[in-house]
Design a protein around this ligand. Structure first.
Ligand code: MEV
Length: 413
């Protein structure tokens, strides 16, 4: 039987047999996700928990390694599409991914200083003093080999902006950078005899991860459309997204279907990722697709580039038992690995969506998987869900039909 045909317990057993899960980890995945003490400690006014299914994007090949990527999402067909995209990439040698150094930027801003250029010069002159102060503010990041790398100052109209670049090692780094910025703000306030307007990290990120895949068109064939035709339509869809903003946003949404589901499962801050990606998509002044697909000497080459401000330690990642389990199963040993897996997942998710759009359209696959959700919305429970979903495959897939099928099933039962 195929992975998707197994039940959840059998899937866990298969991952144990493949060496991706230990038996203890498989047993832990069967338990409730959030001990109430963790829920109480992580957020305020807690009244319960909010659960999402975690599915596995299977056999994602990145830089020669095979990953099983946990994804938390409510959208039917996202995990299936990711696995499908990963399969197409694997047929073509997998995805190649690279990432730049993991640096996080903070800013300390003063308004209406009497002589901002003088303060700007002072900051350059006393760079070493400031770096030492930053080390005092967060000694543990320095012990781990990170810390402030550079402090610069820019005049922006009535503002003086001090930019602090921090190597946050394995952490996403928001807390580290905020601690350092607040400490440096206090030092600078004494120098300029004025209170800083703000001292905070920036969620814009200049650090980019790139994923590339090169596909032989024949591997893209669908039941009804030849591979070469699909490949050239994918290239055309990519070109369309560059000139049609409406399409660019949806194109990017397809990429983020994969990226955000894996970011959420990893315990990272999804809003930090989505806001930095949104800023990057518009960094040229015109909102652009994050990926491009081009035909090059008969092959279809896809490239995705995006910022991924994530970490593998700290905050909720360390506190949430499920995030720890995801880290182990995903084999996210370094921040770079996580970033490369996320970008590769985004690229194959995009590939699966574009292939469907270029071929049968997305509703065929989407609605087949939507049937379970419709059955549940109609009120089906337990085994009724599968029975109603199956019956929906042969008829109109809407709520009224699902309700009628359920009523019929209950009457017969
Ligand atoms: C659906 O969640 C995502 C797609 O609309 C993406 C796309 O159109 O490229 C299928």
């Amino acid at each position: 039987m195929k992975f998707y045909q197994l039940d959840a317990a059998q899937r866990r057993q298969q991952l144990v047999a493949e060496g991706y899960l230990t038996s203890e980890a498989a047993a832990a995945w069967a338990q409730p996700a959030l001990p109430s003490s963790v829920g109480q400690a992580l957020s305020e006014n807690t009244i319960g928990e909010f659960a999402l299914p975690v599915g596995i994007a299977r056999q994602l090949q990145v830089n020669g390694q095979v990953y099983q990527v946990p994804m938390a999402t409510e959208e039917p067909s996202v995990v299936a599409a990711a696995s499908n995209g990963a399969r197409l990439a694997a047929l073509n040698g997998g995805v190649t991914a690279t990432t730049t150094a993991h640096l996080v930027t903070g800013e300390i801003v003063f308004a209406d200083l009497p002589d901002p250029s003088k303060v700007q010069a002072l900051i350059t002159e006393r760079q070493t003093v400031l770096i030492l102060a930053a080390q005092e503010a967060h000694p543990s990041i320095v012990r781990r080999g990170g810390g402030v790398q550079l402090i610069t100052a820019t005049v922006l109209g009535r503002f003086l902006k001090v930019t602090v670049v921090v190597d946050t090692q394995a952490a996403m780094g928001a807390n580290i950078v905020n601690t350092i910025c607040e400490h440096l703000a206090a030092v600078l306030e004494q120098w300029v005899k004025q209170t800083a307007l703000v001292a905070i990290l920036s969620n814009a990120s200049a650090q980019l991860t790139t994923a590339t895949v090169t596909l032989a068109p024949e591997t893209l064939a669908t039941k009804a459309v030849a591979g070469a035709e699909i490949a050239s339509r994918i290239a055309l869809l990519s070109e369309l997204a560059q000139v049609d903003r409406d399409r660019a946003v949806t194109h990017n949404k397809g990429i983020m279907n994969g990226v955000e589901a894996a970011v959420l499962a990893s315990g990272n801050d999804t809003r930090a990722v989505s806001t930095s990606v949104g800023e990057y998509a518009a960094h040229t002044g015109q909102y652009q697709p994050l990926s491009t697909w081009q035909l090059d000497q008969g092959l279809l080459v896809g490239t995705l580039r995006l910022p991924l401000p994530v970490g593998i330690v700290g905050g909720a990642i360390s506190a949430l038992p499920r995030a720890q389990a995801v880290k182990a199963l995903g084999r996210y040993d370094t921040v770079a690995t996580l970033q490369q897996v996320l970008a590769s997942l985004g690229l194959v998710q995009n590939l699966a969506a574009l292939r469907a759009l270029a071929g049968p359209g997305i509703q065929a696959g989407h609605m087949a998987l939507q049937a379970n959700a419709l059955a549940m919305a109609a009120g089906a429970h337990g085994p009724e869900i599968g029975t109603v979903a199956k019956a929906l495959q042969h008829t109109t897939k809407d709520l009224a039909t699902a309700q009628a099928l359920l009523a019929d099933l209950r009457q017969k039962g």
